[in-house]
Design a protein around this ligand. Sequence first.
Ligand SMILES: Cc1cc2nc3c(=O)[nH]c(=O)nc-3n(C[C@H](O)[C@H](O)[C@H](O)COP(=O)(O)OP(=O)(O)OC[C@H]3O[C@@H](n4cnc5c(N)ncnc54)[C@H](O)[C@@H]3O)c2cc1C
Length: 431
Amino acid sequence: MTSVPGEPCELEDCVVVGAGAAGFLAALFAGREGARPLLLESRAKPGAKIRISGGGRCNVLPSVATLDDFQTSGSRNALRNLFSTWPLERVREFFERELGLALYVEPETGKLFPRSDDAGEVLERLLAAARDAGARLQCDWRLGRLEPVAPLERRETGLASDGARFVLVADDGRELLARRVILATGGASVPKTGSDGRGFEIARELGHTLVPTHPALVPLFSADPRFAELAGIALRVRLRAVRAGAESRVLEEREDALLFTHKGFSGPVVLDLSRHVTAPDARGVKLVAHWLGERRADYDELLRSGGKKTVGGVLREELPRRLVALLCARAAVDPEARTSELSRDKRFALVRELVDCELPISGDDGYRSAEVTAGGVALDELVTKTLESRRAPGLYCCGEIVDVTGRIGGFNFLWAWVSGRLAGISAARSL
Ligand SMILES: Cc1cc2nc3c(=O)[nH]c(=O)nc-3n(C[C@H](O)[C@H](O)[C@H](O)COP(=O)(O)OP(=O)(O)OC[C@H]3O[C@@H](n4cnc5c(N)ncnc54)[C@H](O)[C@@H]3O)c2cc1C
């Protein structure tokens, strides 16, 4: 085996594939454990997603996190144990004290950002810390194939004595041997950043089951063009994802800002719940809004006690004018009618639009703009204590490639940092 024809193939102790959030932490902590890791990156520069994250400000962490902020098809217990390996306060200390990255909490959202509001600073500090720990970065090296070296082959070629377990083959034919490999290739969202879903295929080729992947934290499209006329309006809503059917069930309910766009719906509450309608088993799932208004009005009471006021006049005290007009149109109620003139049926129809409004969803913006990919390498196929693969010993998985997805608000980076660190330490200690 040769790296380029005629040259001997390099043998590495620990190769980390993917220089993103999880890969940096894996390389940094493997380095601190003395492994001198090699960090491979397909693009010309590392950390593209860190650079664009949080609108260029990088929401490094949440200020509070619970298990409910994460989704996995795997065991909740395993997830709890994974997060307990590096509690949020310790992660924050790592960034502030060890990387010297000053952070502040955005009061309205509880999100933590670098004081510089510059995602580039986060990346620079990670790069410097990984280098200080002895990690070497190799860009323009895209992993195309990862092949385990069979025990018999290892004996025949003498590789058993040096412990080589994997051959890494780049797209351009270069090859490497490695004792340990950490797969930190991310998901499939925003593929121009380098995370294009190839890592999922590599994991599958090594025997892993993939929990079906789909875009998450993604803006949704409206099937009713009238909603496009509300573009630019943002307001607080209580949004529910409901599975309709004989036994209608609320899958998730959250309260936060919704933003109307030219194509449909966005804003934190829509992004958080979007995974329910993008999932492969989303048939029959709908998103239902309760428009909260300034004072969280009891709309039925408001409409019954409005007297000579017009319906529109009463509702406009609570909700934006254009939204009121649309909800009245959907309920076939004239906004200029006096509230006292509203029939019971009309009032019920309008209240339903106000507190039980099914958003007409026609699709989503896909991986082009999804902040994360839900699904991925099944958590149950990784050893919880180490993140080592149960399918290919010597392989470790961390970050978005694994079937763990966070809410909006720094939770996905939290998962990437925690899982990256654990994979790095575990791989290095197993050498
Ligand atoms: C626009 C946007 C904004 C976001 N903002 C936030 C935020 O503010 N806070 C937050 O918590 N989360 C945010 N996220 C989500 C967060 O960025 C990701 O969850 C996180 O980056 C995942 O880290 P990762 O290391 O697993 O994968 P990535 O960061 O995607 O890194 C994977 C790396 O692997 C490389 N790679 C892929 N395949 C190969 C291969 N075959 N060979 C070699 N290298 C390969 C890629 O080029 C990439 O550099 C945002 C996402 C997007 C798209």
